[in-house]
Design a protein around this ligand. Sequence first.
Ligand code: ZN
Length: 221
Amino acid sequence: MLKDLLAHNRNWAAEREAEDPDYFKRLSQLQKPEYLWIGCSDSRVPANVITGLEPGEVFVHRNVANLIHRGDLNLLSVLEFAVESLGVQHIIVCGHHGCGGVRAAMDGDRHGIIDHWLQPIRDVAEHNIHSLEHLADQTERLDSLCELSIAAQVESLARTPIIQSAWRRGNRLKIHGWVYSLNDGLLHDLGCGRSSIHREKHRRFGTHQLKSHSHQHHSAH
Ligand SMILES: [Zn+2]
């Protein structure tokens, strides 16, 4: 019942204030989280609860199947703010086994707009078809695809101009790929993280070459 939520909220706020009279005053004046969490919208994977983090300690973005779409203004706005204003030092891309988004991406049915959203998962499946085909069990195959997708999202995030620029400026923030198991409530680091050593080199496409290319382009007309 909705009334229960509001009652629970009043109790929670009262308890916090009783423990620490300055709690809300302090939080309202400053948020300085060290972490940005990019996770699935699934109600069973709430960032603060499973990591034991308090309000003010983690900046959160969630979408279906924790995907990084390069044109997603919502994600990019969150990312830019988290990196450039909040100064987060760790970005955690967290997916989970038993993800309905991963399942829906691969079941061959038509679900609507969500099929467009889930396309990156089918791309990852296609790139890894040989390793996935070896897994006989369907659940195992989907969970493996879920992990491969997390690694692909980490890579995709690392290549965004926001992250690349931060690393170029000397920011030492790290991106991590984690998976959560609904069966035992445990998080695992997939070891697919990225840091500033993965900064892209653009020497081959320097201004000089671009200029001369555009010159040739014009003279051809
Ligand atoms: Zn999910």
